[in-house]
Design a protein around this ligand. Structure first.
Ligand SMILES: [Zn+2]
Length: 336
């Protein structure tokens, strides 16, 4: 990423500035701290919830960005990160949102909260590359050298509290309800602020800011869980959708986001089934080849492993539904 474009942040009101601002209040009590522009990942977003002299951070981002600006943002709000930060809450354990946890915890002492199924990623970040993505050795090596938002160049952190589905988390008078979604990764949770009708959706509702139909899941994730979660979340009646990448969505746009994400998932399922009908049987490499050729499926461009892994997990979902089966050696075929 180049330094100039790196530093360009569109501030509220749309004026480009070369200096990232500390934070911007989106609705009363909810602030966003945005990182540098990260290509197809957009701007990585951390959120601060402020109420009654208490502040909670949702998703600190990567170790340097915006993770290193959160304390300053809290101070700029007239609060003390050491005494007023009541928690560091993670939607999930991926590097682009959880790498900044360790630094923030170390300097503030605030308790870290994450779902049990993603706790190991927080403790041992290398597991992201080694266990959560389908990669061959060459890909693993190149991802280790990568400088993008999924780089694993940070130390692990211990969780202080394991959050569970249905639990309430308080910040002053504000209450966040934990909804375990488990689609994007096994431990993925979203947080619903009932009072403000605001949903902090992490990477579950949309992964990529430029196309909500484009998505990926890690190998612990589940397409079945993702579709079920989208169904439940779309009925909450949220007025505000705050994803972990890029811009908030408001009102009618919230509904459109749910629809587009669901369309993307269903479209990938349909495409895999169509390809299998045409080929008779196929392995992951053939699926990847065909999907790249087809150009009708929006796919992540930055890392090959994201597509490979997502196809694998999607096939597992179709297997659960009785639509495909594995012949062995990674070769799949349609049932019936
Ligand atoms: Zn993620």
């Amino acid at each position: 990423m180049d330094s100039l474009i790196d530093d360009i942040i569109i501030s509220v009101g749309g004026t480009p500035s070369t200096r990232p601002m500390a934070s911007a209040e989106i609705i009363p009590g909810i602030h966003v701290v945005r990182g540098k522009f990260a290509g197809e990942f957009g701007f990585i977003a951390s959120y601060l919830i402020v109420d009654e002299s208490e502040v909670l951070v949702i998703d600190p981002g990567t170790a340097g960005d915006p993770g290193d600006r959160l304390e300053k943002a809290i101070k700029n709000l007239g609060l003390d990160p050491k005494s007023d930060l009541v928690g560091i809450l993670c939607t999930h354990g991926h590097p682009d949102h959880a790498a900044g946890v360790g630094r923030l915890k170390k300097s503030t002492g605030a308790p870290v909260m994450i779902h049990k199924a993603d706790e190991e990623l927080l403790q041992t970040p290398a597991k992201f590359l080694n266990e959560r993505l389908m990669m061959d050795r060459a890909e693993r090596f190149s991802m280790k050298l990568d400088k993008g938002p999924l780089r694993v160049n940070y130390r692990g952190a211990e969780a202080d509290e394991l959050i569970t589905h249905g639990q309430n988390i308080s910040v002053g008078e504000t209450t966040l309800k934990v909804v375990h979604t488990g689609g994007h990764s096994a431990g993925h949770c979203v947080f619903y602020d009932v009072k403000n009708k605001a949903l902090f959706s992490g990477d579950e509702v949309n992964n990529f800011p430029n196309d909500p139909r484009k998505f990926y899941v890690d190998i612990s994730g589940s397409i079945v869980a993702k579709l079920a979660a989208l169904e439940v979340l779309s009925k909450l009646g949220a007025d505000h959708l705050f994803p972990a990448h890029d811009t908030p969505h408001l009102f009618a746009d919230v509904r459109l986001q749910f629809e587009a994400v669901r369309d993307g998932v269903v479209h990938l399922q349909d495409t895999l089934l169509t390809l299998l009908s045409a080929r008779g049987d196929a392995d992951i490499e053939q699926f990847v080849f065909d999907i790249r050729q087809a150009r009708s499926v929006p796919i992540p461009q930055s890392y090959d492993a994201l597509l490979t892994t997502t196809i694998h997990v999607t096939l597992e979902g179709l297997k659960e539904a009785g639509l495909v089966r594995e012949l062995g050696n990674g070769v799949w075929t349609r049932v019936g």
